[in-house]
Ligand binder design. Sequence first.
Ligand SMILES: [Zn+2]
Length: 166
Amino acid sequence: MLDLSMGKSSNEYQKMADDLISSFRSLKDKNVRVFIIPKWMFWWATAFVFGRFIFINKNFEKMDKVSQVALLAHELCHVEDSIKRGFLQELFMLLYEGLSWGFDTKLSRRVERAVDLRTIKKGYGKELLHLELAREKKFSKKKLEKIHSRGYLSSQEIKSLMGKKK
Ligand SMILES: [Zn+2]
């Protein structure tokens, strides 16, 4: 069996997620768990969700606190969807996403965009903007184009969406 025992830092992120769950009414009694797992297990992402479990890796630990809050809020939106879908549908989706990674971005575009929009709606627009600005500072134009083609909102989109909300 995989050892998913939580180290000190994982408790820290668990607490961060627990605090965020006050904004996620549907998750209050769902016992959402955060695990740190080695990077080789999912090298393509900083965090991913299966059911009520959020898996994060070293990339996550390297991020600043505000970005971590933004990403956890984003992942909690995925958890909401995932719990609604149920185990089998979630498994199919994971397989499909895994197999189509790199060439079919339609699914991820729909999913990630909806999740980012919901993250803003739940009140984490400022944090999401911070995360995105850090990303835009760090990555090349080409890499950013790829990220945005997968549905993640650009800082400009976040700004204009937050402006509309007021
Ligand atoms: Zn996502």
